[in-house]
Design a protein around this ligand. Structure first.
Ligand code: NDP
Ligand code: MG
Length: 391
């Protein structure tokens, strides 16, 4: 049986890794809907190559250009929110949710509501509205498979074991490009330097989050929801080689870990396989003798304050992670366009968390509430940005 796979965020880094696997296993998979943000040429080219069942762009204004770019292909297409929804609603055995940022919440949630099997890369869904997502996954009998490499490794290391038997779960961080830099040097870092990730090849936003360690903070929150495990049993360790991705410490002292070369196709293949193992062509097999040594060190929250901010948001619960994520997205975008310095990211996020803490206590009841908070915090953060310039 050929499985239909819909990809949200198909033209992005995770999306490309996914369609690469689909093409490698063409007999097993067919591309369902492919969804992008606004890049007409990239989506049209990919949709033609993959013979997609449907192509959609979130940008409502891109409709005519997409229609033109796909003319003669026979691939139905559309643009705007309703087209993205149609893309999700079309039949699919697996939906890979790989839109970047809070923009991924709605389409990912729509897939859950349809009871789909969702391979989840969009960690922001769980960060911004984790309670609602996990509740609705259960309610609509949707399967959530973790694509994020650390969580995928944890899921594999956990196997059929019980979370109640787990003493703690640890996710690893490469440490990013600034792992060995002094605070002064990091403070003056450029977007290009921050985006130069040592081990992973990823989209721009997550690259900056990796440099600030905010990505690890987001991942702690993601793990808390995915595995229903308290923050006290979750931690982070820096592992520059990015070979061990997640470790499960059992209460009897045994530890199981997930290892692989840093290639997102490995966790994506695990999700797409649905229990079967897929061969990855041109994959790099792990050679531990060649790797030589695997090293580990604690994360330095003095140089990487975003990790501490995220831990605090996780401990505070409620809407704190929603607020944090929104402010971080604004701050990261401002850093990328050169409007603020690197440490101004942490400074802005911290101020947003403090500002909104008294206002929003409970967790967002649903995606709409999470998006309303997200919009308010974004507006506030944009206004607060000039104050953060010097930081
Ligand atoms: P990219 O920036 O490379 O890709 C984002 C994709 O989303 C693009 O296809 C983009 O299209 C599309 N997109 C943007 N806005 C919208 C929208 N409003 N509606 C629909 N599609 C949209 O991101 P990554 O692939 O790096 O990351 C995707 C997600 O996966 C993130 O949540 C990230 O945290 C997570 N993740 C990524 C990892 C990685 O290795 N890259 C690892 C683990 C998790 P367009 O280009 O046209 O705007
Ligand atoms: Mg990760």
């Amino acid at each position: 049986m050929t499985l239909t796979v819909t990809v949200l965020g198909a033209t992005g880094s995770i999306g490309r890794s996914t369609t690469d696997l689909l093409a490698q296993h063409a007999g097993r998979f067919r591309a369902g809907s492919l969804v992008g943000g606004k890049d007409v040429a990239a989506l049209a080219k990919l949709a033609r190559e993959m013979k997609a069942g449907f192509a959609a762009l979130a940008d409502a204004g891109a409709g005519p250009a997409l229609r033109e770019a796909l003319s003669g292909s026979g691939i139905p297409n559309g643009a705007g929110e309703s087209a993205v929804l149609e893309a999700v609603e079309r039949d699919a055995d697996i939906v890979v949710a790989a839109v970047s940022g809070a923009a991924g919440l709605k389409p990912t949630h729509a897939a859950l509501r349809l009871g789909r099997t969702v391979a989840l890369a969009n960690k922001e869904s769980l960060v911004c509205a984790g309670d609602a997502f996990m509740r609705d996954a259960a309610r609509y009998k949707a399967r959530l498979l973790p694509v994020d490499s650390e969580h995928n490794a944890l899921a594999q290391a956990l196997g059929d074991g019980r979370v109640s038997d787990v003493a703690k779960m640890t996710i690893t961080a490469s440490g990013g490009p600034f792992r060995t830099w002094t605070r002064e040097r990091i403070a003056a870092a450029s977007p290009t330097e921050a985006a130069a990730h040592p081990t992973w090849s990823m989209g721009m936003k997550i690259n900056i989050d990796s440099a600030s360690l905010m990505n690890k903070g987001l991942e702690l929150i993601e793990a808390h929801h995915l595995f229903a495990i308290e923050p006290e049993r979750l931690d982070v360790i820096v592992h520059p080689q990015s070979i061990v991705h997640g470790l499960v410490y059992w209460r009897d002292g045994a530890v199981t870990a997930g290892l692989a070369m840093p290639d997102m196709r490995v966790p994506i293949a695990h999700c797409l396989g649905l229990g079967d193992r897929l061969t990855i062509e041109r994959g790099r097999n792990l050679d531990l003798a060649a790797a030589g040594s695997l090293t580990f060190e604690p994360a330095d929250e003095a140089r990487f304050p975003c990790l501490a901010i995220a831990r605090a948001a996780l401990a505070a619960g409620g809407a704190a992670p929603t607020v944090m994520n929104a402010a971080n997205e604004i701050a990261v975008a401002a850093f990328i366009r050169g409007a603020i310095g690197f440490y101004a990211i942490a400074e802005l996020v911290e101020r947003a968390c403090a500002h909104f803490a008294p206002r929003y206590r409970g967790a967002p009841a649903d995606v709409d509430e999470a998006l309303a908070i997200d919009a308010e915090v974004r507006a506030w953060s944009l206004e607060a940005l000039p104050l953060a310039r010097a930081a």
